[in-house]
Every structure is written in structure tokens, then in C-alpha cells.
Design a protein around this ligand. Structure first.
Ligand code: GDP
Length: 299
């Protein structure tokens, strides 16, 4: 992403040997950076935040004949990105569950249809099983045709029980059933899949809030598709405001993800990103690593 910028910066700042950047010169340098960030799905708000940080970092510096000014600016840019990702914090799910006494440990998964929510739940169930936890899945999407069959298929593959009711049933009741089932059998974790028809649908948000009220989850995890850019950002704001979000998982980072939406969501929610989905298989889930995002942005 920054290859052309690097060249442009060198040319621009090579005329500035032995002196500091003026405000106008900085604005000129930053307009290229701004364009690239926006093209990479970074929100305007985050761009402004990065600009402030860069201005502080770069403006006072002297550029000498043999120094590499584009490197200085890009290093400062990288620092600003790292700072944003770091303030979102981190959460190691397996360690977190081990350290907590609440059993069953309850996770409600949120996200719009198609982002990869059900696949991600299966991946998490698989990871929990590998770490010695017993798991039950709850299909609280009683709306979308095929949702129950899809999660049952995963349950069969994983050897994990799936609690369902018929289509049209109360999703909160399904979550409740699954929790009661886990309590009575000493099962360690309940993973609740929820509906994701249009995130702007008020009925859906009410339904999700009710599930959360009834299930009292230890974590509300929002699943976002890293390929959807500004949409992922809008979804993050909406779910966080209407239902509440404790952590985020980004899917499809194996695709052509630009990294900007991950940076933007980390900045907007200040909630940890737990994992990145990197494929369709059960093992294609890696703990969040900011270097993957940085690589995507600075490639
Ligand atoms: P849901 O509607 O949110 O439950 O989405 P699904 O779990 O049905 O996933 C939608 C599609 O995205 C499926 O084809 C999944 O295999 C695919 N998918 C999910 N996660 C990933 C990922 O991390 N990488 C890739 N390449 N595909 C994914």
C-alpha cells in the first residue's frame, strides 16, 4: 500500500534538506497518506487521530541530507497504528475461561448474516474441545431458513450437542434451554448462535437484547467480515450501542482484507480483537496478532 507513497515522500522531502517541515509541507505529505488510508477502509475519525499523532511526531524533526525522511514519516505512521491497536487491549479466550469460575461459561455471538458467524462458532467449539472443555451449542437463530440444519451439521462433525427448537420459536428460550442443559450435565461452555438479518432491523436488536438478558453471557462476541470495510465499522457501532459488545472476531482475513476496517473498529470500540478467521476450516482461526494487521496496511 505504501510503496508509491514512500517514493513520493522521498522526492518531496529531499528538497527540504537540513530543515524542519513547515505546516504546509506536512499537510502536503499527509494528503497522500490520508488518501491511502481512506482507500484502505480507515475511517475519517481514525485518519484524524493518526494525523494528530504524526504531526506531533514529525513536525519538530530536522531532515538532513543523508537521513531517510520517508522512513521517518512511515515509522511514525506505524507507531500511530500500533498505539491504536494496543489501546483496544487483548483477550486470550482459553486463558480467560480457565481463570474464571463461572460454569457453564456462556458466550453469545452476534453478527449479520454471511459474515461467518456460524463457522466461527464451530471453530471456537473445536478450539475449546481441544483444550479440554465440554461444549454445547445453542441455535438461537430460529428465523433464517437453514440456520438450524447448518449448525447441526457442525455439531455432528464436532461431536457436540446442539440445542434447537422449531423455526419461529423464541430465540431467548433456546439459549435458556441450552444453559439449563449445560448446568444439569456439568458442561463447561455454552456457545449461542444468533440471528443476523439486517443489522438495522429494530426487532432483531430487541431480540438480541432479550437473549442477552436471559442468558447473562460472560462474553458478547461480535463477528465481523474484514472484507466489508465501512460496513463492518457501521455494524460494530450499531451492535455495540444496541446490544453491547465485549470483544470482536474478524473473519476472512485470508481474503483481500485491507486491514483498515480492523484498525477502525479497534479504535471505535476500544474492545479487544480475540481472533482472526483465516479460512473455512476448523483450524483456520488464529489469535489476534497486530502484526498481521500492520502487514496488511503497510504491505
Ligand atoms: P453466517 O451467516 O455469519 O453464519 O456465515 P457462515 O458461517 O455461514 O459463513 C459464510 C461463508 O463464509 C461460508 O462460506 C464460510 O465458509 C465462509 N467463511 C467463514 N469464515 C471464513 C474465513 O475466515 N475465511 C474464509 N475465506 N471464509 C470464511
Amino acid at each position: 500500500m505504501f510503496d508509491n507513497l514512500r517514493k513520493g515522500l522521498s522526492e518531496l522531502i529531499s528538497g527540504l534538506k537540513y530543515k524542519k517541515l513547515t505546516k504546509e509541507e506536512f499537510e502536503e505529505v499527509f494528503s497522500d497518506i490520508e488518501l491511502l488510508l481512506l482507500q484502505n477502509d480507515v475511517s475519517l475519525e481514525v485518519v484524524e487521530r493518526i494525523k494528530e499523532s504524526l504531526e506531533k511526531n514529525v513536525m519538530g524533526r530536522e531532515f538532513k541530507r543523508f537521513s531517510n525522511p520517508s522512513k521517518i514519516v512511515l515509522d511514525a505512521l506505524r507507531e500511530a497504528v500500533i498505539e491504536i491497536l494496543d489501546t483496544a487491549g487483548s483477550l486470550d479466550l482459553i486463558k480467560y475461561i480457565k481463570e474464571r469460575s463461572s460454569r457453564p461459561f456462556k458466550i453469545v455471538f452476534l453478527g449479520v448474516n454471511g459474515v461467518g458467524k456460524t463457522t466461527t462458532i464451530a471453530k471456537i467449539a473445536w478450539r475449546l474441545k481441544k483444550n479440554g472443555f465440554s461444549v454445547v451449542l445453542a441455535c438461537s437463530d430460529t428465523f433464517r431458513a437453514g440456520a438450524i440444519e447448518q449448525i447441526k451439521e457442525w455439531g455432528d462433525r464436532l461431536g457436540v450437542r446442539v440445542i434447537t427448537q422449531q423455526y419461529g420459536a423464541d430465540p431467548a428460550a433456546v439459549a435458556y434451554d441450552a444453559i439449563v442443559h449445560a448446568e444439569s450435565r456439568g458442561i463447561d461452555a455454552v456457545l449461542v448462535d444468533t440471528a443476523g438479518r439486517q443489522h438495522t432491523n429494530i426487532n432483531l436488536m430487541d431480540e438480541l437484547r432479550k437473549i442477552v438478558e436471559v442468558a447473562e453471557p460472560d462474553l458478547r462476541i461480535l463477528v465481523l467480515d474484514s472484507l466489508t470495510g465501512q460496513d463492518a465499522y457501521r455494524q460494530a457501532l450499531e451492535f455495540n450501542e444496541k446490544v453491547g459488545v465485549d470483544g470482536v472476531i474478524f473473519t476472512k482475513v485470508d481474503g483481500d482484507a485491507k486491514g483498515g476496517s480492523i484498525l477502525t473498529v479497534a479504535y471505535a470500540l476500544r474492545k479487544p480483537i480475540l481472533y482472526l478467521g483465516v479460512g473455512q476450516g476448523l483450524d483456520d482461526l488464529v489469535p489476534f496478532d497486530k502484526n498481521i494487521v500492520i502487514k496488511n496496511i503497510f504491505h
